[in-house]
Design a protein around this ligand. Structure first.
Ligand code: UD1
Ligand code: CA
Length: 453
């Protein structure tokens, strides 16, 4: 199918009431990405000439998420067939007498579908038989509320799809289910849609009614089968959780196949865009939020939480570390337990091994940040930067009150509160003077004992 001959329609107008959410259903996320974007990303490699998203009125957030693709508003929502018809005005050249090319319809609440499957549907449509309609189906042991696909026993053509709510008992026992994705030749598809009614259990215009109508007109419909996992429809939060589990399994399998070691894969949570280099080791219980990349050979130790962070080759993170957006660890840097890094660069080989907060900071190569060091980056109004030069040694329990600079090679004594810049190679001591009373402790104890009743 050449580029100019495919249009995609994504249905996302449903209210999604069963999600019990203020947020439109298709904006709920799987692996940190909206379901709608999963679908858009799956169709992108097909290079469609046009993608149209069908939304309900008042769903500006969905329209915003669909950009740059245009949206059409379907109001009221009278069913999936009605929704595809709502997209027609945006599909000139794909219907009517002069229409050419195919229209691929997907549901915004079916986020696990993969490009290769869509390509199989396109191939079926382009086969010598040239079926007018190609539907995506799957076999399920628990077909539940899915539409049932009734095939011609003689030649396997799709005769009709019966919605569960309208199915007779013998139809309910059919295990071949409608995944919702369909591909049709534009002119035939819209001509069929013009003829569907709403005389059914839900009083809706079902997209699925076109198959029975097609048969009566001598048009052929075929089913492409795929795995149930790929076509899971999300209607409620429980199904969203199942979709998440399926996606996590895929992401873990991919990480392993690409050469990362996951000691206990089931306990590692990935975002859709997590990038792990070869020979990265991830210990149990690690969470990757969006926008994390980890370079070759780096180790992410147990119970660390990373988002928007870049970890260079050979760096070590955790256990129990938190990397927030803008954290950048250069080669061989180390961030240890109970250390939080935000919008800060740790130079090559720099170390912050224990109990530290580094925010809005630059730490030079080879610097050593002692336990309990805090960059005081916020004054209640604005954020300020802390610059720590190469090879600096910051003693334990130091507060660096930003904006402040510690020059290369400088040392800061433990327990300091640094408010003024420290020059290169200088030693800063900013703490109360120690006073020692010889024998003072003994004297104290003696006095206490004497007063004891
Ligand atoms: C639909 C199919 C069913 C299939 C199942 C797969 C129909 C009639 N039924 O049922 O055969 O097994 O999906 O998941 O097609 N939408 C609109 N406008 C509307 C109605 C729905 O845009 O007026 C959108 C929804 O936002 C959703 C999608 O279409 O993204 C599917 O609608 P939904 O109501 O969830 O259909 P199902 O009952 O799941
Ligand atoms: Ca659904």
């Amino acid at each position: 199918m050449t580029e100019s001959k495919l249009a995609v329609v994504i249905l996302a107008a449903g209210k999604g009431v069963r999600m019990a959410s203020r947020k439109p259903k298709v904006l709920h996320e799987v692996a940190g990405k909206a379901m709608l974007h999963h679908v858009l990303d799956a169709v992108a490699p097909l290079a469609p000439a046009r993608i149209v998203v069908v939304v309900g009125s008042g769903m500006e957030a969905v329209a915003e998420a669909a950009r740059p693709h245009p949206t059409v508003v379907q109001e009221p929502q009278l069913g999936t067939g009605h929704a595809v018809l709502a997209a027609r005005p945006a599909l000139d050249g794909f219907y009517g007498d002069g229409g050419a090319g195919h229209v691929l319809v997907l549901f915004g609440d079916t986020p696990l579908v993969i490009t290769a499957t869509l390509q199989r549907m396109v191939q079926a449509a382009e086969s010598a038989e040239a079926p007018a309609l190609v539907a995506l189906g799957f076999r399920s042991a628990e077909p539940g509320h899915y539409g049932r696909m009734v095939l011609d026993p003689a030649d396997g053509r799709l005769l009709r799809i019966v919605e569960a709510a309208d199915a007779a008992p013998e139809e309910l026992s059919v295990t071949l289910c409608n995944g919702g994705v369909m591909l049709g030749r534009g002119p035939e598809l819209f001509a069929l849609l013009d003829r569907i009614g709403s005389d059914n259990a839900k009083g809706e215009y079902y997209l699925t009614d076109i198959y029975a109508l097609a048969g009566r007109q001598g048009l052929t419909a075929r089913v492409i089968e795929t795995e149930e996992d790929e076509i899971l429809g999300v209607n409620a939060r429980a199904e969203l959780a199942v979709a998440e589990a399926v996606m996590q399994r895929r992401l873990r399998d991919k990480a392993l196949a690409d050469g990362a070691t996951l000691i206990d894969p089931m306990t590692v949570w990935f975002s859709h865009d997590t990038r792990l280099g070869p020979d990265v080791t991830v210990e149990p219980g690690v969470f990757f939020g969006p926008g994390v990349s980890v370079g070759e050979g780096a180790v992410i130790r147990a119970f660390s939480h990373l988002e928007g962070a870049e970890v260079a080759p050979g760096a070590v993170v955790g256990p129990y570390a938190r990397l927030r957006p803008g954290a950048r660890l250069q080669e061989g840097a180390r961030v240890g337990n109970f250390v939080e890094v935000k919008n800060a660069v740790l130079g090559a080989g720099a170390k912050a091994n224990h109990l530290t907060y580094l925010g809005d900071a630059t730490v030079g190569a080879g610097a050593n940040i002692g336990a309990g060091t805090i960059t005081c980056n916020y004054d209640g109004f604005a954020k300020h930067r802390t610059e720590i030069g190469e090879g600096v040694f910051v003693g334990s329990n130091t507060a660096l009150v930003a904006p402040v600079t510690v020059g290369p090679g400088a040392m800061v004594a433990a327990g300091s509160t640094v408010t003024k810049d420290v020059a290169a190679d200088a030693l800063a001591v900013a703490r109360g003077q120690q006073r020692t009373v010889e024998g003072g402790a003994a004297l104290f104890r003696a006095r206490k004992r004497k007063n004891r009743p």
